[in-house]
Ligand binder design. Structure first.
Ligand code: NAD
Length: 394
């Protein structure tokens, strides 16, 4: 298993728990050391016990360099560079590192979210350095769609699309996943499997963009968007999602760009959705600033603003690409007096946080950025200004 992060480590541990011998490879020595002690470096329920068990049983061992194997899985990061161009350097470097250990009959599976054609690039790289392996190894793509926080269950139970470079590779990859997946395994080709993953996230992004656009329109029209969407959804074939502060996280806000960067002329709607969701965050910021300025004019002092929620979605502590965090930080940077509230962050976090009750007591303007359950039933003084961008108070 190349890469022992949020995807690689649970996958490696699950495979090892089926009695297969797994070497987990990571370029970070601290990660390798931690895992070999039977401990984990990421937060994921039940993973610590499983890793402890499989390391103790000697089914999982971590290393900084790959070893000869029957099956290679690659789950390294695929971020984007400037201008939203995908950065494949991690995938290509992991591939380069495993090439010297490849033997005839090996199966190489890329799991990292990747632009269409990446599996072919991996193949090209392998055969450039080891032409004698042509026709003798199997290369496939199988994307991951697990939900952080429920990874071990979903790894086992989710359906998967599995696409080989050729039919033989697809069959070999399916036979491998059968060792630990009980969900259905759907055969396809590598390019289709790559596109499936990107489209899943682009589809979510597009549907959220529609809801966010409606929220801006309804604000201008003086219509309560939450009530309007609720009523529209009474139609048996309409299902509009909820608007919010924007779109965050490391998947939905990132993966659509992999399509846009490759197919710029054909992906107008996908690009527009990304832009609409990013614009919504700026729109939220403007609304808050305007409210703060109006408060200052009326009261002859700066408003104290409570930023309720920093995570990228409700009831989690994950701050990656979070639009709520961006709003809170930008307000602070702009000289506004803010209180940051995130009840899901654990105690001991070094961030300067205010508790929910202190914030609603101290603030003049209370801004709901994330629909955390903890915000649903607060008793807020009617003298306070409330801005609800996520519908948690509706
Ligand atoms: N985390 C998720 O919920 C999720 C869901 C679906 C898909 N994905 C995709 O899975 C892939 C991995 O994501 P993640 O969240 O596990 O990332 P991560 O950052 O948690 O872990 C990646 C690991 O790979 C290691 N690494 C980097 N280069 C390496 C190399 N050359 N050789 C060996 N190890 C190397 C890093 O040190 C790191 O520990 C990405 O493409 C991501 O988009 C993630």
């Amino acid at each position: 298993m190349m890469g022992l992060g949020y995807i690689g480590l649970p996958t490696a541990a699950l495979i090892a728990s089926r009695g297969l011998k797994v070497t987990g490879v990571d370029i970070r020595e601290d990660v390798v050391k931690t895992i070999n002690q039977g401990k984990i470096h990421i937060v994921e329920p039940d993973l610590d016990g499983l890793v402890h068990h499989v390391v103790k049983e000697k089914h999982l061992k971590a290393a900084t360099k790959p070893v000869e194997a029957d099956v290679y899985l690659i789950a390294v990061p695929t971020p984007f560079k400037d201008n939203h161009v995908p950065d494949l350097s991690y995938v290509l470097s992991a591939t380069k590192n495993l090439i010297p250990t490849l033997k005839k009959g090996a199966l190489v599976i890329l799991e990292s979210t990747s632009p269409v054609g990446t599996t072919e690039k991996v193949q090209k790289l392998i055969f450039e350095e080891r032409p004698e392996l042509k026709g003798h190894i199997h290369i496939a793509y199988c994307p991951e769609r697990v939900l952080p926080g429920n990874v071990l269950h979903e790894l086992k139970h989710n359906d998967r699309a599995i696409g080989g470079i050729n039919k033989d590779a697809t069959d070999k990859a399916i036979a491998f996943y059968k060792h630990f997946v009980v969900g259905e395994l759907h055969p396809t080709n590598a390019k289709t499997a790559e596109m499936v993953k990107l489209v899943e996230n682009a589809s979510r992004d597009n549907q959220i963009a529609f809801a966010n656009e409606l929220s801006v329109i309804c604000d201008k029209a003086g219509i309560n968007v939450w009530e309007m969407i609720n009523l529209a959804n009474k139609h048996p074939r309409v299902n509009i999602l909820k608007p919010g502060t924007g779109v965050g996280g490391h998947c939905i806000a990132v993966d659509p760009w992999f399509i846009v960067s490759e197919f710029p002329n054909e992906s107008g709607l996908i690009k527009k959705s990304r832009e609409t969701n990013n614009y919504k965050t700026e729109w939220v910021l403007e609304k808050i600033k305007n409210k703060a300025l109006a408060f200052k004019i009326e009261n002859d002092r700066e408003a104290k603003i409570a930023c309720m929620g920093l995570a990228f979605k409700p009831d989690i502590d994950d701050l990656r690409e979070s639009p709520a965090l961006y709003v809170a930080k930008t307000l602070k940077k702009g000289g506004f007096s803010t209180l940051d509230v995130e009840p899901n962050l654990k105690e001991g976090d070094t961030r300067d946080l205010t508790t929910v009750s202190d914030a609603i007591h101290q603030a003049d303007i209370i801004v709901f950025l994330v629909a955390h359950t903890a915000f649903k039933t607060l008793d807020i003084d009617t003298s306070k200004e409330v801005l609800d961008f996520c519908g948690v108070r509706q």
